[in-house]
Design a protein around this ligand. Structure first.
Ligand code: AMP
Length: 224
């Protein structure tokens, strides 16, 4: 049974951190549309050129392009055992397209991570990422420290200034929050309080995923 997970939540909720841990724990790829776009911007591809300005304004890249990016990514062999999606879907149009793409691919777990807005702004204004490999630095490290993964320089993300953060939160409320209603009735929709230590959040998520795995096994073997 593949492990298909969608991580939903506002910017700064810890989606990327949790998606990465979950993907590593269960040996499936993490698919982050933000990372894919930042790599395209960095490489100066066509997609990168289209996305750069939209991203630094805190707006959403068009649905059609995003859906094609994810459709292509989900067609690769490494997702046969599942995936953890971080940052997609972000609109109802994307969610409907994803439902179609995942039809027949096994059950989907949706993790909705919540964090109060003040904490989001605090996290994002202090967040640093590696200029070279894109990894997010641990919140406690000094901004001048080198990246723990590759030794690259830590920088602020271009869209992590306070004005753009407020913009991204508005876009989240308008475009992405309706996805909670889209997914809420699904059997494997879970809301997770993200306002605690990342390792604690990860532990709770892991327990939810594993409870689902054993429930699925019980169902297959005829149990309750
Ligand atoms: P993230 O790293 O997930 O915060 O994404 C950074 C930025 O990339 C967002 O603010 C959007 O401009 C763009 N982006 C990432 N994923 C999507 C998506 N699914 N739909 C539209 N825009 C996206």
């Amino acid at each position: 049974m593949p492990l298909n997970v969608i991580v939903l939540g506002p910017p700064g909720a810890g989606k990327g951190t949790q998606a990465e841990r979950l993907a590593a724990t269960f040996g499936v790829p993490k698919i982050s549309t933000g990372d894919i776009l930042r790599e395209a911007v960095h490489a100066g591809t066509d997609i990168g050129r289209q996305a750069a300005e939209i991203m630094s304004a805190g707006q959403l890249v068009g649905d059609e392009l995003m859906i094609e990016i994810v459709r292509e990514r989900l067609s690769r062999a490494d997702v046969a055992r599942g995936f953890v999606l971080d940052g997609f879907p972000r609109t109802v149009t994307q969610a409907v397209a994803l439902d179609e793409m995942l039809d027949g691919r096994g059950e989907v777990t949706v993790l909705h991570i919540t964090v109060p807005e003040d904490e989001i702004v605090r996290r994002l204004t202090t967040r640093r990422i590696c200029e070279a490999c894109g990894a997010t630095a641990d919140p406690g490290v000094a901004p001048v420290a080198p990246c723990a993964r590759c030794g690259g320089a830590l920088v602020q993300r271009r869209d992590d200034g306070e004005v753009v953060i407020r913009q991204r939160l508005q876009v989240f409320d308008r475009e992405t929050r309706p996805l909670v209603a889209h997914y809420r009735q699904r059997p494997r929709f879970f809301t997770v309080d993200g306002h605690t230590a990342p390792s604690e959040v990860a532990g709770r998520i892991r327990a939810l995923i594993e409870s689902g795995a054993s429930a699925a096994v019980a169902t297959r073997s005829g149990g309750a």
